[in-house]
Design a protein. Structure first.
Length: 252
């Protein structure tokens, strides 16, 4: 079994993220990462690359569980200085807007707000089913008393989450899968269930196939085609660079 579980060795090379995080609230439900990235047009290079060297950016769209009609976009930044400078920029713009100058910031017709947040809040938002977990930054702390009890820790994800990603195919489901793969706490190998890892891989592979089929079916002249291609490529890279998926899975 351990042969099929690369984390025993791979987790030594996984560094928990300590990147500073901003959250964009009131994002429309149909928004994509590129829509959020436009807010940071003058400073995209300050956003963490995911994975490093690819040019893809660490932006994570999470449904607002209170309303179900909006998204929150979590954006990871390379340095605390960058996060502070960007926060100040948005605050100053908001003040100017309230005094009658400027038009604020909008995504798809929704006026959005930007706040400073933490890795802990980001992880809790991405893994809401992870009961009994205390997130310290991006590192999960789980008491032995919480293991596999009815009200305690039973994994970082629920079967319903992976099923939902594969059932409701759209580009945002690909982007959500990308975020889950990159932010999953692979370094905490002692807390990871093989069945959960395999379910995540199966889901990722399935929606990647659906994305490829969608791309083949779309005329290349359609504007949507380039967006689909970009997201499909990003998911493929996420799968093949993931330290938690073994070589047998990646080559299947």
């Amino acid at each position: 079994m351990l042969v099929e579980f690369p984390l025993i060795e791979a987790y030594n090379f996984v560094r928990p993220s300590d990147a500073d995080v901003l959250v964009v609230r009131n994002v429309p439900l149909d928004a994509m990462k590129q829509d959020v990235l436009k807010l940071f047009d003058n400073m995209p290079y300050q956003i963490v690359e995911q994975p490093i060297g690819t040019g893809y950016r660490a932006i994570h769209l999470v449904p607002c569980h209170r309303s179900g009609t909006k998204l929150s976009a979590y954006v990871e930044f390379r340095t605390p200085c960058a996060a502070r400078a960007i926060t100040k920029h948005f605050i100053n713009r908001a003040k100017a807007t309230s005094s009658g100058a400027g038009g604020g910031y909008y995504i798809g017709g929704n006026r959005v707000r930007v706040y400073v947040t933490t890795q802990s809040e980001l992880m809790a938002a991405l893994f809401p089913w992870a009961r009994g977990v205390l997130w310290v930054g991006s590192i999960p702390h789980i008491s032995p008393k919480q293991w596999n009890t009815p009200t305690g820790f039973r994994g970082f994800m629920h079967e319903a989450e992976t099923n939902a990603m594969s059932r409701a195919y759209h580009l945002r489901s690909l982007e959500h899968c990308i975020s889950i793969i990159h932010k999953y706490p692979w370094g905490a190998a002692e807390h990871i269930f093989l069945l959960e890892r395999d379910a995540l891989f199966t889901t990722a592979k399935l929606i990647l196939s659906l994305g490829i089929n969608s791309l083949v079916a779309e005329p290349s002249s359609m504007p949507k085609s380039s967006r689909t291609r970009r997201v499909v490529q990003e998911l493929a890279i996420a799968i093949f660079t993931c330290p938690g998926f073994n070589e047998a899975q990646k080559s299947a």
